[in-house]
Write a protein that binds this ligand. Structure first.
Ligand SMILES: [Fe+2]
Length: 454
């Protein structure tokens, strides 16, 4: 497997081990890495768009989602804008379609009515763009400007396509009809993981200034003083969540914030999305297959308000974003923040459930190799974890390469999610990576864990 961030024995000790293309045998090696990552993203896109027929590509499976064929051409259009036109300075492939595939011009619910490229046209378009992008890559020095330094623009496009692959996987989950996707089950738990750990109070380094392909909202690295707190060693499981439901948690406004209770009432929430009563228990429909919920699997498809209510019922609260990142990255023996809970090593199949390798979260305890120095499990992969913090810029934030990447979303409307899910690729997931969504959203692969004051 190609390593996105090659281990670099010459890398200086520091808050994070940077990708150092010069020390890692220069531009040719970096070009090979970029090409391999672009290829890996396209392979996943191809699986997700060839698994269904033409009708399912064009159809809108939920007003929350784009038609799959929109995602496909949008991925190509962003690649054209950034790599072919901006980095490469080449002539447009299809300037006429820019507006159709601008996510800011058309909300998702309107996209099926647009004169979109057909599936065959979209496939030809993304292939043409890719050929040109690879040609640009072969002639690019990958340094000299911030946009291309260490391959950043290419890394941004890799992450963008992988993020849309996760979005397309969420669309597959909302699609009706027989199952079309398949994957082996995740590893079984190596042993029980329960309870919580105490994270000592004090400063730690949050965010990054050195991670080569980190996005603007992860930057810069900065010190944050976090008082001592307890955090769950594992995400909240289906069995734990079912106990909240059985205890009348959805009917007791004590556990809900005012906004959460309003939403619970108006949306008629009674269980996670895709759950249904099954005798005295629950079943869950996942990618077209219905089965009983797996008790020790992290709960998924809950919104922020449901997570918040569960935590209150359990006598706890959601962690803040800084608490989550400290639990994930802080190494008390060195005082430094790691790239990942287990260290600086790029995720492998032993560390975390990422990359759509398995199409479900793994049971708690399945990734002992992925544990943090303080003993917290499965922070990376399995389910995105809601935290209590609004999405805002870090001190010293500078929008790059454009305000629409992150800055226009800053404020009180969006809550942060951390750690990635089984649907997230490793190229779009690290200890500093930040995702955000509306607190009512649950079509995403979202779960949570709890914390409390020490
Ligand atoms: Fe996009």
């Amino acid at each position: 497997m190609t390593e996105l961030f090659p281990a670099d024995p010459a890398a200086p000790a520091g808050p994070t081990a940077p990708l150092d293309p010069a020390a890692a045998a220069g531009t040719d090696r970096l070009r090979d890495l970029v090409a391999a990552e672009l290829g890996r993203a396209r392979d996943r896109t191809t699986v997700l768009t060839e698994a269904v027929d033409e009708g399912d590509l064009i159809r809108q499976h939920s007003p929350l989602m784009s038609p799959l064929v929109w995602d496909l051409a949008h991925v190509g259009n962003q690649e054209e804008l950034w790599l072919v036109r901006d980095v490469g300075g080449r002539e447009p492939v299809r300037r006429d379609i820019d507006e159709l595939y601008d996510a800011f011009k058309h909300p998702r619910r309107d996209r099926p009515q647009l004169p979109l490229l057909t599936p065959a046209e979209a496939r030809r378009y993304v292939a043409t763009v890719r050929d040109k992008a690879l040609d640009v890559l072969s002639g690019s020095r990958l340094d000299g400007t911030r946009l291309v330094d260490q391959g950043f623009a290419f890394g941004m496009i890799v992450q963008h396509e992988q993020q849309h692959d996760e979005t397309m996987l969420a669309t597959h989950q909302l699609r009706g009809g027989p199952a079309v996707l398949d994957a082996p089950p995740p590893p079984a738990p190596a042993g029980p993981v329960q309870g919580e750990v105490l994270v000592p109070g004090g400063p730690f380094t949050m965010g990054t200034s050195t991670e080569a392909w980190a996005l603007d909202n992860e930057r810069p690295a900065h010190q944050v003083v976090v008082p001592a707190f307890h955090i769950d060693r594992a995400p909240v499981t289906n069995a734990e969540y079912a106990a909240f439901i059985d205890d009348g948690g959805y009917d007791d406004p004590r556990w809900w914030s005012p906004a959460g209770w309003d939403h619970r009432q108006s949306a008629g929430l009674a269980a996670p999305l895709h759950w249904a009563r099954d005798g005295d228990g629950w079943s869950y429909t996942r990618f077209g297959r219905t089965q009983r919920i797996v008790p020790d699997e992290p709960v998924v498809h809950v919104c922020f308000y449901e997570a918040e209510a569960y935590a209150a019922w359990a006598g706890k609260r959601l962690p803040t974003e800084a608490e989550w990142e400290k639990a994930a990255r802080f190494d008390p023996s060195t005082g430094r923040s790691r790239r990942f809970p287990w260290g600086d090593e790029t995720p492998t199949a032993e560390h975390a459930n990422l990359g759509q390798r398995h199409l479900r979260p793994a049971s708690v305890g399945a990734y002992p190799m992925g544990v943090s120095p303080l003993g917290v499990h499965q922070l990376i992969g399995d389910v995105w974890e809601w935290v209590s913090t609004d999405f805002t810029g870090y001190p010293g934030f500078v929008a790059f390469p454009y305000r629409e990447y992150s800055e226009v979303f800053f404020g009180t409307e969006y809550k942060v999610l951390r750690g990635g899910s089984f649907g997230t690729d490793r190229s779009a997931c690290r200890g500093t990576f930040r995702n955000w969504d509306y607190p009512i959203r649950r079509q995403i692969f979202s779960g949570f864990r709890c914390a409390r004051d020490a």
